[in-house]
Design a protein around this ligand. Structure first.
Ligand SMILES: *Cc1c(COP(=O)(O)O)cnc(C)c1O
Length: 406
């Protein structure tokens, strides 16, 4: 069956007393037991019953099952945000003395997590050019806990060649972790390309119109954790499940960044229209990228769907005719960007990606604004550049708005 058919018709495990056709929101913290013995069974993980909603909740579990159906992942954990998903992942995979091989072109908070937060715990972010798999391979050593890439770097718009990066990681017995927020599984199965673990900000496409913050950790069950510097001993007991066992039984519970049942219910609904919305937004972005090139004053347009873009071929191979809804373009300088943004009437001045509404931001002065000059030099975000996330408005209306603001 088609992926949307499967997502939409995925049923919840227990029959609802009223025959509800959508998963009810179980807005409770605790679950009651008939006996002390049943309680012990639940707490020992023998019965699979829910005990407390920080650990698991029926609505959230159903959302995780739908995501597993959509992505092909073996084990899925929903989290409070995309950043919680990334933080939990590295608390599981890294330890003091470990390094993460990655690029400097990262989402702002991920860069800050690696360079500031994790560094205080003795974890090193080892930077290399992620568009060069040989360089990635050379950067890996016996203390590397993972190679980490963003599927399309935000806002540099470099498309990761996941197959090549995963091959570089796997030949050195290191797991490949990919942030696949920007392209959904209905278009690209990042796991099938070689990602062992995927992290996603479900705040973006999945939430279905920016309805709330959420994140996901997907474990494809493909990595042999006996080769991992941290999970070697756990793999004796849990085998391929070592990462997810440590995550679910320990790190996720202890850090406590769980998704709320209300958010899970909204995001279940978002999943039903994910493919539809992504394809329309991607088609709109493809048209606007071409249109922006025709406007006087635009210095350059960076979009992986343009045939002269350096990532066009990789993008075609991985995403087919749906290169995504994020693009950047440059004007003369920051002042001109600000003046342009201030004249927009439909496109909103806001952060976030993949809302139904089109959103624009000047990344260097906002997302990367709080970084020190030293770190700003590392992330290399140009001052004359704006990021546009294309929504679901009529594309002709968006063209008119861009043209009048120019
Ligand atoms: C937004 C985003 C994140 C962080 O997700 P939150 O849900 O905001 O915590 C991580 N990675 C990428 C690529 C993002 O766009």
């Amino acid at each position: 069956m088609d992926i949307s058919t499967r997502i939409i018709n995925k049923r919840f495990g227990k029959d609802d007393a009223y025959g509800a056709i959508a998963m009810p929101v179980y807005s409770n913290s605790a679950f009651e037991f008939d006996s002390a013995e049943a309680m012990e069974d639940a707490f020992m993980g023998r019965s699979g019953e829910h005990t407390y909603s920080r650990i698991s909740n029926p609505t959230v579990t159903f959302f995780e099952q739908r995501v597993a159906e959509a992505s092909g992942a073996k084990w899925v954990t929903a989290t409070a945000s995309g950043m919680a998903a990334i933080a939990d992942t590295f608390v599981v995979a890294a330890r003091a003395g470990a390094n993460i091989v990655t690029g400097t072109h990262l989402f702002g908070n991920t860069f800050s997590l690696f360079m500031i937060t994790l560094r205080d715990f003795g974890v090193e972010a080892r930077f290399c050019d992620m568009t060069n798999p040989e360089e990635v391979s050379a950067a890996i050593d016996e203390n590397t806990c993972a190679v980490f890439a963003e599927l399309i770097t935000n806002p540099h718009m470099e498309v990761a060649d996941v197959e090549k990066l995963a091959a570089a990681a796997h030949t050195k017995n290191v797991p490949m972790i990919v942030d696949s927020t920007v392209v959904p599984w209905t278009v690209c199965k990042t796991g099938a390309l070689g990602a062992d673990i995927e992290v996603v900000s479900s705040t973006k496409y999945i939430s279905g119109g920016a309805t709330g913050i959420g994140g996901l950790i997907l474990d494809h069950g493909t990595f042999d954790w006996s080769k991992s510097i941290k999970l070697k001993s756990l793999s004796e007991k849990f085998g391929q499940m070592a990462f997810s066992a440590k995550l679910r039984n320990e790190v996720f519970r202890n850090l406590g960044a769980c998704m709320s049942p209300q958010t899970a219910a909204m995001q279940c609904l978002g999943l039903e229209t994910l493919d539809l919305r992504y394809r329309r937004a991607s088609a709109g972005a493809s048209e606007l990228a071409v249109f922006l090139q025709t406007l006087q004053g635009v210095k350059n347009v960076n979009y992986n769907g343009l045939p002269d873009n350096p990532y066009y071929e990789i993008s075609r191979r991985q995403f087919g005719e749906n290169p995504g809804a994020m693009l950047t373009f440059a004007l003369r300088d920051r002042a001109e960007c600000y003046a342009f943004m201030n004249r927009l009437q439909i496109i909103r001045r806001a952060t976030n990606l993949f809302d139904n509404k089109s959103l624009i931001i000047h990344p260097l002065s906002t997302i990367y604004g709080p970084l020190s000059d030293e770190y700003k030099a590392l992330v290399e975000v140009p001052d004359d550049m704006m990021r546009l996330s294309v929504g679901l408005e009529d594309v002709e209306d968006l063209k008119k708005d861009l043209a009048q603001a120019m």
